[in-house]
Structure formats: C-alpha cells, structure tokens
Design a protein around this ligand. Sequence first.
Ligand SMILES: Nc1ncnc2c1ncn2[C@@H]1O[C@H](COP(=O)(O)OP(=O)(O)OP(=O)(O)O)[C@@H](O)[C@H]1O
Length: 259
Amino acid sequence: MPLIDVHDVHKVYGHRLSLVTAVAGISLAVAQGEFVGIMGPSGAGKTTLLNMMATIDRPTSGQIKIAGKDVTYLSERVLAKFRREQLGFIFQDFNLLAALTVRENIILPLTLAGLKVPVIEEALQKTVHLLGLTAILARYPDEISIGQKQRVACGRAIINQPQLLFADEPTGSLDSQAATELLRYLTTINQQLGTTIVLVTHDAFTASYCKRILFIKDGAIFSEIVRQGSRQAFFQQVIDMQATIGGGGNANGPFTTSI
Ligand SMILES: Nc1ncnc2c1ncn2[C@@H]1O[C@H](COP(=O)(O)OP(=O)(O)OP(=O)(O)O)[C@@H](O)[C@H]1O
C-alpha cells in the first residue's frame, strides 16, 4: 500500500466567472521511505498539489489517501490533529517565531501537544544532535544565520517524528552552501529516520537530491524521472527535462555551479 495515494485529483480556484484550474486530474503514489521532488514551470500547480497532499488544501474532486486513510473530506478539527501527529512541514521562509529561542521554536509542536517535559527533552536532544543545533539552542532567530534558521525549522518539523515531511521550496532563500547543508540533512532524515519526503522546487541542484522527480505542467503530470546513477548524472537529467518542459525552469539558477 502506498503511503500517499492521489487519485484523479482536481483543484479549481475562483468563482463562476473566473475559474482557474490549478490541478487538472493528477493521480500518483508515493511509497513509504521515498524522497520525491515535484518540479515544473511557474504556475504549473506544484504548490497546490503539495498542499492537497499535505491536507492544507482540499481537492475540488478526486481522492487522497495517506497510509490508507482517506483524508479528502475529513473535518478541519480531525485534519489539524492528523497534521500535528503525522506530518512535518518546511517552508521557504522558515516561519520561526521571533520571540522564542531556537529551543522553544523546535519544541513548539510538543509543547502545544501538552507532552511531559522529560519526553520533550529527549525528543529535543535527538533532534538537535541529528541537525547539529546543540550550540545555538539559547539564541533567538535573529541571532542565527539563514542556513541555521532553516535547520531550526527542519528540527521543528521532525521533532514529532512524522512519517511524512513536506517541503515547499526549502532552499529558495538559502545560498548554495546552506542549501547543500540542508539537503544533506534531509537525506540523513530520509535514510536514517525513514521519513518519507515530498519536496517542491524550481532548482535542479536541490532536485538532484531526490530519488524520483515528478514534472508537472498545466496542472497535469508531464513526466517522471528516477535517479539510478550518481547525483551529478541525475542533475543533468533534471536540467534536460527542464529544457524539454520549458517555461520557468531554473537551469541557470544559483546552485548549478556547485555541482
Ligand atoms: N488561492 C488561489 N486562488 C486562485 N488561484 C490560485 C490560488 N492558488 C493558486 N492559484 C493559481 O493556480 C495555479 C497553480 O498555482 P500553484 O501555486 O500551485 O503553482 P506553482 O507551480 O506552485 O507555481 P510557482 O512555481 O510559481 O510557485 C496558478 O495559476 C495560480 O495562479
């Protein structure tokens, strides 16, 4: 059974006189433990698709199952609990709370869930050890680097050990060194913790860390590539596919030189 099962999903925004079809009948499956990228031109429907899989947005029609559970039409209250317990999220702009320390930001999901201090402390230690954040726990977000900010956001996303981690342009605000670091940590999370990762990106270097990439165009799946050889070879495949798909690829983006 796939961990994520998307069946003929459509998403239409707007009202009768101005309808926008963001997703036009996508079906896909993501297996447990996969590291999947979603790419495609600007406006292709990537974020809409990710948000529907992440239960942040609802399909207009179609069905989405996560671990066999149909999440398509669950109530908002049930979905909020499901997200808190089963899913992790990383966004381009980190979404850290400026008034909280790094430590408080990372443990926030567990504090909100009302877990006991020793349980929180144990989870915190594991997370900060994995992400190399031990030395900066007492600092505030405006006292750390951009790359550290995204690692803190990553820590907050995985502290509840979600089976699924969704990331929307996680390297979009990072320089190439910080991006590389984050991508190595995401690889570790995928390989060591077995966390399934689904990531949206415009960037070929970022995508080259995935094991499989779905290319979306005009709200539909255009093609798919699977990494078989080296990451460098996969990077070239991504660039080639971006050239084929056209419109909005980032083949000359800031990270292409670091390959
Ligand atoms: N809330 C909304 N209301 C109306 N239209 C929307 C909304 N969200 C997205 N759209 C439209 O749906 C289409 C797909 O948007 P989406 O953000 O999913 O694309 P994307 O591939 O993630 O684009 P980008 O790479 O530029 O972020 C676009 O035409 C967009 O303008």
